[in-house]
Design a protein around this ligand. Structure first.
Ligand SMILES: [Zn+2]
Length: 421
């Protein structure tokens, strides 16, 4: 989806630091309107939920609007649509509703799942089994923006800024961070060149991944299509091993030592990555178990189901910067149950969801990729923290303690802010 807006008249335009808007600028400069005129477009924040194994897809549910208890504390009236108000008033806590009521309301419309800070436009699903979850996730993006705006009026989605340090420490503690410097260093020193067959369902026909030496990480990632991150690691593991074997045959001691060092450092990256896959899978299995318990309380016939497994899986996708997703796109070994599309949490290329065609990257530097990570983790945190069922949030407090503490601090700050009259 694309939307045309007049960006230059927006306050703080010069200070914009947002993946959505950076992408808007890139895409706008490409003239996506097809009119030859520069326009500004954005792709939605959206959770890509496929492919998922063992998870029932979102289904249509009863399309009536259930009544809200008139005695409810802190009722929310968004003014958008009674159905969305009904979800908010039935399935999120009075504390979360109090925060919603302190800030300008989002303008909610029916659609897939996206949020734009311009016009506070929130698009979400209606009468589907995941409607509550999608709405609360997107409303989280809105609060990130409006709360953040009070703390730092320059820019978008600033409420989640204080989460980043805790996110990194929690990711590290859970063994979700792999030092992949060797990958970028190796390509910088030697270049890379390997063929890609059409083995992946996402890659139509063969192609070559080829870069000369002397390219830095940002330049390398800018050429990586979905799955290429993992393919490059797989390729270098084989390639450096072969070079080591050749050096051993030539029996030249200096070359032998160099080749052995190169192979061992690539092997370490490979092994560390495989260990991370195991760590992620262990967490997913725990989350899956909890989700099963919660699903029994909220049978998947109504919109009240809090889809924590999807939220948590997306958080892990962010914390691993799309690298576990890259592995599973190549191998078909589905560890994560949901996440964002290629390139969303890194400087790598994106892909057109319909055609599978590679698109330019969304994030031109590491800071922009970090912004996507914290913005999505915030949105998933809000959906989890605000949920009436606390089973999952209590588990999350142990699993991601620093992230949850930083988030709660921001919720408290939001409650303590003087109201704008
Ligand atoms: Zn989102």
């Amino acid at each position: 989806m694309r939307k045309c807006i007049d960006l230059e008249s927006q306050p703080g335009f010069q200070d914009i630091y947002s993946p959505v808007l950076a992408q808007a600028i890139d895409r706008g400069l490409q003239g996506h309107s097809g009119t030859g005129v520069v326009d500004w477009g954005y792709l939605p924040f959206e959770i890509e939920t496929g492919p998922i194994e063992g998870q029932p897809p979102s289904t249509e549910v009863d399309n009536t609007v259930p009544p809200v208890d008139p005695a409810i504390i802190n009722p929310v009236i968004t003014g958008s649509n009674v159905y969305f108000d009904s979800l908010i008033n039935r399935f999120i806590t009075a504390d979360a509703r109090a925060i919603i009521n302190r800030f300008p309301m989002a303008n909610i419309e029916e659609g897939g799942g996206q949020y734009s800070p311009l016009g506070y436009k929130l698009i979400t699903s209606k009468h589907r089994s995941d409607s509550a979850f999608v709405l609360f996730h997107e409303y989280g993006h809105h609060l990130d923006h409006v709360i953040g705006n009070r703390q730092d009026p320059n820019g978008f989605f600033k409420g989640s800024v204080p989460l980043m340090e805790g996110i990194v420490r929690d990711a590290d503690k859970n063994k979700l961070i792999v030092n992949n410097t060797i990958l970028w260093d190796y390509i910088f020193k030697h270049g890379i060149n390997f063929g890609i067959n059409s083995e992946s369902k996402n890659t139509k026909g063969g192609r070559v991944f080829k870069l000369p030496k002397g390219v830095d990480r940002a330049e390398i990632e800018a050429k990586m299509q979905e799955g290429d991150y993992w393919r490059a690691i797989q390729h270098l593991k084989l390639h450096t091993k072969k070079q080591m074997q050749n050096a051993n045959l030539a029996k030249e001691p200096v070359a032998m030592r160099k080749a052995k060092d190169a192979y061992e450092s690539v092997l370490k990256l490979y092994d560390d990555s495989m260990d991370r896959h195991k760590a992620v899978y262990k967490l997913i299995l725990e989350a899956e178990k909890l989700q099963k318990q919660i699903t029994q309380k909220f049978p998947r016939k109504g919109e009240g189901l809090h889809d924590f497994l999807t939220a948590f899986s997306d958080m892990l996708d962010g914390m691993t910067r799309g690298e576990v997703m890259s592995y599973q796109n190549v191998t078909g070994d589905y560890i994560l149950r949901a996440g964002h599309a290629a390139g969303y949490y890194s400087m790598r290329m994106q892909k057109d969801r319909e055609t599978g065609k590679a698109l330019p990257r969304a994030n031109r530097n590491a800071g922009m990729a970090d912004e996507s990570i914290r913005a999505e983790i915030w949105a998933n945190m809000f959906a989890t923290w605000g949920a009436t069922d606390k089973t999952f949030y209590n588990w999350l407090k142990n699993t991601l303690p620093e992230t949850t503490i930083a988030f709660e601090k921001q919720m408290k700050a939001a409650m303590d802010m003087p109201l704008v009259v």
